[in-house]
Design a protein around this ligand. Structure first.
Ligand code: AKG
Ligand code: FE2
Length: 999
């Protein structure tokens, strides 16, 4: 076609083209030898020759493509951003079966989307058709595919577009193919004149615009407002005249009228039975949780729908239209009424529903992409856009065009999401040596919750990594610095204060379990994020030799405050993901709160963008269920992303009540353990149950004393060499100890007994708490009014009794120790979670009085001190030299505060030392062995002084003491199989608890 002609056509289109139909978003002009009817439209025949431009184009086309045969042309005008044509197939009977449908595009470029609509074969192709381009579809392809021209964003709108579609239509021999509606009028349907259908819409939705023009011509529709179903009688005259009555009401009867579903059903059944007209009942849509706190209304709604469905199956003239595509996104703020998008969707649904009924349009394909999720209860709320049948499967689109990942890959994610569930914390298994288990949680103040974490250490110890966000924590401001947030069994936390100066509303803290890796294998990862970019908060960590494997994992902990622009945040994520591309062979995991609700994925552009952009970098989101559930909302805002789903075993949301968010447990296979290196994981495995224990009773003490009394220590004294002497002593002492205090099997734990019982938790209270936790799980998974009420009752009960028991316990303790300030301090520190024994943590006060606590900093201090001894002395000598010409000879001979000397010890001194150990005693029963030693120390103090003095004389420090394990003699018979622990739990206690207050 000549450009000049095309331009002319564009300029004069309005002048030269008489539109014969106007739809909401587009106008259509039809020219053809025969009339053309399709769902929602009907055009009379009109010669193409009436429009000289069209005739010109048609002539050009048939000249250049003589095989193409057509006798109609349809012009469609798209003149605004929302001008569009919804998904449809040109599958009308009147189009000749073997023909082609040819569309010429003029003016601005627009996208045309093709979707394969067969169940289980979902596919999507997008083409952009530009000015002068033609695309051809076969009539046959319409059975399997649909097509649409979607609206565009205002910013992307490039101007007017016209399309001209050429079709070969059949001469109509019979009446237009409207199948007979199942009314009494059916006998008249095969006349040349199609009967006019009268449709009555009775609806409780006010201000709803129902676009009657969307129905084809032989239909007239009118609507009336109906507030209560019980008032149907008032409309009986209109109903009697209508062929079809669509009823969209019922919610008010349930809400205000307090009608029960059964009565309503009976009423409707009796009423409709009196008429010849056909009825369609539009199912009542569930309301949002915020409008139905106790779920009573939603329960009634689903009951009513159920009854209506049943009735619909046995009734002659009544059908339920199960309107599944109504969800939370269609509701107004009150969670009850429809918003604008809801109203417009409902109106479209009614049109469809009427057309289906009239037999003009085929019924909904059950896999229809027009239908979104089913939001009727929390248990069905789910995010899974990776499923091939998902309505907005832009992922699938990405898959087709940009990545070379197979369908299996996306099916894998989809399956993982489908299997994601709400899990009770007690059902979480401790991570094995082959996997890395991560708990991610918006904790809403770590400091507030740290004591709960200490109490629930059994639960937290199941995980290898804890990623907390919204910690609201600035370690430097805590009374004891970062040690206040230490957790037993985990390395020193990696802490990042909130981006805001106030220290509120943000902050990240990541804990890595010691069994996951050694501390030197944790590395902060440098990435391309500008630290001044506050679109979000991020923490990047690399864990090398993860669980003893040769693998490195990248862990990203993140948080986006709701006050930060989501678009900037998503851009930032895009950048970060691009930056991480070079690590794509490693397992990369993102955990955090993005404050973007993925349950709203279908309607929320932020949700779609974040998923799309990360999908572009091959990341998939793994959480499928709401993670923040309040009385009025259920949102999925805590996300987990991975670049390798192959290694993900599970991703579940835990019903654990600590903050207003639920934690997520993600299990990642690390496998591939390198056997060359013995993994430490087993030795770090959290030892919940010590199978054996000793009894420290009076009778045992007596036996021990007798044994020690009878011991001559001859073997020790006769042994040569201080090291061997010491070993012999230890051997003899341990022998007696084991005889007096033999290991006994521990009793079996009660069902709900905690492995770390709090002294004030009585067994019955423990059981009550376990029941409470179970009820919490039920409240989340089945939020019926009964379940919610039961949980709330129980939670109150447990809190009341736990608090009371705790109070009673401490009151008793204070009374017991009213004469000892020191003990009282210990109690107070215990209450404040201070002075807690933190295995594997060190604190060292330097000369300036400040503390260093990381292992490397402590080691550094020691290094500096020892490597500086010589230099220090030297500097003192040289500074004396100016007035002391004798130099260092004289200096070293003279008395010096820096010099040390060892004088022999004696039994008395040893006794004193042993009894001084008592001063270190705490409420802890583990101190028992020291007490025992102290009781009969005079029986072996001689022997000890002998060992010490021989050690001084030889200048040898007993080898066994060099490792300086603060070891419970109870464990002594385990032998020394783990010399290889490299000090992981070797605890030289460098005064870390000098904050006892009165020490
Ligand atoms: O404008 C287009 O490209 C598509 C028009 C179309 O699908 C139709 O008229 O059936
Ligand atoms: Fe079409």
């Amino acid at each position: 076609m000549k450009d000049k002609e095309k331009m002319k056509m564009r300029e004069n289109e309005d002048a030269s083209c008489t539109y014969d139909r106007t739809y909401r978003n587009r106008r259509v002009a039809f020219y053809g030898e025969f009339p053309y009817r399709y769902p929602g439209g009907h055009h009379k025949a009109r010669p193409i020759a009436e429009n000289s431009y069209l005739k010109g184009i048609a002539n050009e086309l048939s000249k250049s493509h003589p095989t193409l045969d057509f006798n109609s042309a349809m012009v469609t005008k798209y003149d605004s951003p929302d001008s569009s044509i919804p998904p449809h197939s040109d599958d009308e009977e009147c189009i000749v079966p073997d023909s082609s449908i040819v569309t010429l595009s003029l003016g601005a470029a627009r996208q045309v989307i093709f979707r394969r609509k067969l169940p289980g074969e979902y596919k999507r192709q997008v083409i952009t058709v530009e000015h002068g381009q033609v695309y051809v579809m076969s009539r046959a392809s319409q059975e399997d595919w649909d097509h649409s021209v979607p609206p565009v964003k205002r910013a992307d709108f490039q101007g007017l577009r016209l399309s001209v579609t050429f079709r070969l239509l059949r001469k109509p021999t019979i009446a237009p193919p409207v199948s007979a509606p199942p009314t009494g009028n059916s006998s008249t349907s095969k006349t040349t004149q199609a009967p006019i259908r009268k449709v009555l819409i009775l609806s409780d939705s006010k201000n709803m615009t129902f676009d009657c023009s969307l129905l084809s011509e032989p239909t007239v529709a009118f609507r009336k407002n109906l507030f209560y179903l019980r008032d149907l009688e008032q409309h009986s005259q209109s109903i009697a005249q209508a062929d079809l009555v669509l009823i969209s009401a019922g919610i008010n009867d349930l809400r205000h009228g307090k009608a029960d579903p059964i009565t309503l059903h009976n009423h409707l059944a009796a009423f409709t039975g009196r008429f010849k007209s056909h009825f369609i009942f539009d199912s009542v849509s569930p309301v949002a949780m915020r409008a139905d706190r106790f779920n009573g209304l939603n329960t009634d709604i689903s009951k009513l729908n159920e009854l209506m469905l049943e009735f619909s199956l046995r009734s002659r003239n009544f059908k339920l239209f199960d309107n599944l595509n109504f969800g939370l996104s269609h509701l107004a703020r009150d969670g009850l009424h429809l918003n604008d998008s809801g109203k417009s969707s409902l109106s479209q649904c009614w049109v469809m529903c009427i057309l289906i009924y009239l037999g003009i349009r085929k019924g909904f394909d059950t896999n229809s992409h027009d239908l979104t999720g089913d939001y009727d209860s929390l248990s069905t709320l789910r995010f899974n856009p990776y499923h091939r049948s998902h309505v907005i499967n832009s992922i699938g689109n990405t898959l087709d065009q940009e990545t070379d990942l197979s369908d299996d890959h996306w099916d894998g994610i989809s399956n993982l999401l489908t299997n994601g569930k709400y899990q009770e914390p007690r059902h979480v298994d401790t991570s094995t040596t082959e996997e890395l288990k991560v708990l991610s949680l918006n904790i809403r103040s770590l400091v507030k919750n740290i004591s709960i974490i200490h109490e629930d250490i059994t639960f937290y110890s199941k995980f290898d990594v804890l990623c907390f966000c919204e910690t609201n924590c600035v370690a430097e401001n805590l009374p004891n610095g970062i040690t206040d947030i230490f957790i037993d069994g985990f390395h020193e936390p990696i802490h990042q204060p909130p981006a805001r100066k106030s220290g509120k509303g943000g902050g990240l803290v990541t804990y890595i379990n010691k069994r996951a890796c050694d501390s030197q294998n944790i590395e902060k990862l440098k990435v391309n994020v500008d630290p001044n970019d506050y679109s979000g908060e991020f923490q990047f960590l690399k864990i090398h030799n993860c669980k003893g494997s040769n693998k490195t994992m990248i862990i990203v902990n993140f948080y986006r405050s709701p006050s930060k622009n989501p678009k900037n945040f998503i851009d930032l994520l895009d950048n970060i993901a691009r930056g991480l591309d070079r690590h794509s062979r490693k397992q990369i995991m993102f955990f955090g709160d993005a404050n973007i609700d993925l349950i709203k994925y279908d309607t929320d552009i932020n949700g779609q963008n974040v998923i799309d952009i990360l999908a572009k970098h091959s990341f998939a989101q793994l959480v499928s269920k709401p993670t923040r559930i309040t009385d009025h909302s259920a949102t999925l805002i805590d996300h987990v992303y991975t670049n390798n789903i192959e290694n993900i075993s599970s991703c579940n949301v835990l019903t654990y009540n600590i903050s207003d968010h639920l934690p997520i447990a993600t299990t990642i296979k690390v496998g591939n353990v390198s056997h060359s290196r013995r993994t430490n994981s087993d030795s770090y495995r959290y030892n919940i149950t010590k199978q054996e224990t000793r009894l420290f009773r009076e009778a045992n003490h007596q036996i021990f004393e007798q044994l020690i009394q009878a011991e001559t220590w001859e073997d020790v004294l006769n042994t040569e060499g201080s090291s061997s002497k010491y070993n012999k002593f230890f051997e003899v002492y341990t022998k007696h100890y084991n005889t007096a205090y033999p290991l006994k099997s521990q009793r079996i734990r009660r069902k709900f007994e905690r492995s770390d019982p709090k002294p004030w938790i009585l067994p019955w209270l423990e059981e009550a708490c376990a029941r409470k936790n179970k009820l919490f799980h039920e409240k989340i998974t089945k939020p019926t009014s009964e379940n919610i009420a039961a949980y709330e009752r129980h939670e109150k009960f447990c809190k009341k009794h736990t608090d009371a028991a705790k109070k009673r316990y401490y009151k008793k303790q204070f009374e017991k120790f009213k004469d000892s300030t020191k003990k009282q301090w210990t109690i107070i520190n215990g209450l404040l979670n201070r002075g807690k024994k933190l295995t594997g943590t060190y604190r060292l006060r330097d000369s300036g009085g400040s503390f260093v606590s990381t292992e490397s900093a402590v080691a550094e201090k020691f290094n500096t001190y020892f490597s500086g001894i010589a230099a220090n002395i030297k500097s003192q000598i040289s500074s004396r030299r100016t007035f002391d010409p004798g130099g260092f000879n004289e200096y070293l001979l003279g008395p010096s505060s820096q010099s040390i000397y060892l004088s022999p010890t004696n039994a008395l001194e040893v006794n004193k030392t042993i009894s001084s150990l008592k001063n270190k005693s705490t409420l802890d029963s583990k101190i028992e062995p020291i007490k025992i030693a102290n009781n009969c120390s005079d029986k072996f103090s001689c022997t000890i002084s002998n060992i010490v003095n021989s050690s001084f004389a030889e200048g040898i420090f007993p080898h066994a003491l060099k490792t300086a394990k603060k070891r419970d003699p109870r464990d002594s018979d385990e032998g020394s199989e783990d010399d290889s622990t490299d000090g992981e739990d070797s605890d030289i206690d460098l005064g870390h608890d000098s904050d006892d207050g009165d020490d």
